[in-house]
Ligand binder design. Structure first.
Ligand code: SAM
Length: 245
């Protein structure tokens, strides 16, 4: 495992940066700096990487400038303070939200959060239990707005108040094909968890339910994979690809 510096300003803030309180989350698993696989990513100290250039941008983090930046962020954000990165992302976030029901600590939620970060979702909503398994998130939740709802009803009310269509995602009776359906631009994409899938209440109250076409023997695909497919469908239809990295 590479021995890479871990900036203290970020490590101390690790579990308190989302709108979920720190007690609501579990151990992060692989961190943003050390994955345990392959060489460290990122850059070394500014003085070594950019000799002769002055690190005078207020978005820069003095600790990262001094020690190097090994975080899992795109190169345009190297040496930036986390708050500056979030502020920049906030200027470009997409109109879709992602929600996932969490009645039994679904291990896929971390994957959903990471993918929502990659596709720049407006927010991720956790419905049900407050605690969720952060392992697959790879600390991407630090850059993602998270909101918790105790019940499906709370999510539905919030979505209506914010003028968002609710699109349940499951291959249940009454669903329409994702492949041939227009996803609304302003929407909440609502996923179920392994086992029960989207709850009956959620599906009954959603504006529509979309299913992903399957051809094999299995009843369903992994919820994290399904979330990636549907988010990307939204991106393909509504995103400005000139803004992608
Ligand atoms: C593993 S599935 C379980 C529920 C599934 N309805 C069943 O009967 O087995 C968990 C979640 O993944 C998503 N999912 C899995 N396969 C899907 C598909 N083919 N179409 C739409 N969503 C799917 C849905 O959000 C679903 O609630």
């Amino acid at each position: 495992m590479p021995d890479v510096p871990r900036p203290s300003s970020e490590s101390s803030a690790a579990s308190s940066e989302s709108s979920c309180p720190s007690s609501a989350v579990e151990t992060p698993g692989p961190t943003e700096w050390v994955t345990g696989v392959g060489p460290a990513v990122g850059v070394g100290p500014w003085a070594v990487e950019r000799p002769g250039q002055s690190p005078d941008d207020p978005r820069l983090d003095p600790e990262l400038v001094a020690d190097g930046d090994r975080r899992n962020v795109v190169d345009d954000y190297r040496y930036w303070r986390r708050e500056a990165i979030v502020a920049d992302l906030d200027t470009r976030r997409h109109a879709f939200h992602v929600a996932i029901e969490n009645w039994a600590h679904d291990a896929n939620i971390g994957t959903v959060v990471r993918t929502a970060n990659a596709f720049l979702a407006a927010e991720v909503h956790i419905v049900g239990r407050r605690r969720w398994n952060r392992r697959g998130a790879m600390v991407t939740d630090r850059y993602q707005h998270l909101r918790h709802h105790d019940t499906v009803d709370e999510l539905m009310v919030w979505a209506r108040e914010n003028d968002l269509a609710v699109v349940a995602v499951d291959n249940t009776p009454g669903s329409v094909r994702l492949e041939t359906t227009e996803l609304p631009r302003r929407c909440v994409l609502l996923f179920g968890q392994e086992g029960p899938g989207v709850s009956d209440d959620a599906q009954a109250r959603a504006d529509l339910t979309v299913s992903i076409a399957q051809f094999g023997s299995t009843r369903s695909i992994n919820a994290g994979v399904a979330a990636g497919i549907v988010m990307h469908s939204w991106i393909a239809r509504h995103a400005d690809l000139d803004q992608a990295w």
